[in-house]
Ligand binder design. Sequence first.
Ligand SMILES: [Ca+2]
Ligand SMILES: [Ca+2]
Length: 184
Amino acid sequence: MVKFCFLIEIFLFILLIKNQELTIGIDPKDSQHYLPKKTFNCLDGNGEIPYSYINDDYCDCLDGSDEPGTNACSNGNFFCHNEGLDPKKIPSSRVNDGYCDCCSGEDEYNSGVECINTCSSEHLIKKTKNEKKEKLRKKGSNKREQMINEIDDLFLNIDEEIEKSEGKLERQKMKKEKLKQRKT
Ligand SMILES: [Ca+2]
Ligand SMILES: [Ca+2]
C-alpha cells in the first residue's frame, strides 16, 4: 500500500513538471486559455489543436500562441515574469538563444546558459533614479514657487509705491489749490 501511494506521488509530480513545461512563457492574463483540457484553441481563433501540442517545439498555430515557451514560431511572444521588476514580453525567437533577455533569466531555461538574476539590482537602480528625479522635480517646483512669491512681492511693492506717489500728488494739488484761493 505504501509503495502504491509512493508511485502515485511520483506520477503526480511528473504531471506537475509536465504541466509547468507546457505553460512556460504564457502571459498570466491569457492563462485561462491554457487550462489543461483535451484541446487548445489558438488565440487568434484560427485552429484547434490537442493540448499536448502546446510548447512541443513545433509551431501549430498561425499566431504562434501554441509555442509561448519555445522559439518554434517566428511570431510568438514569451512572457518574462521578472519578479521584483516589471514583467515584459519578448519575441519567442529569443527563447533559449543563449542570451539572457529576461532579468530573471527565465527565457534561457533550456539553453545551458546560466543567467544571473539581475531583477533586484535593476529594481534598485530604477528606484534610485526615480528618487533622484523626484528630488529634482521637488527642488524645481520649490524654486518656481519661490520665484513666483518674489515676483508677487515685487508687484506689491510697486503698487504701494504708486499709491504713495498718487497720495503725495493729490496732497500737493490740494495745497496748491488752497494757496490759489488765499491769493484771490
Ligand atoms: Ca506546438
Ligand atoms: Ca534569450
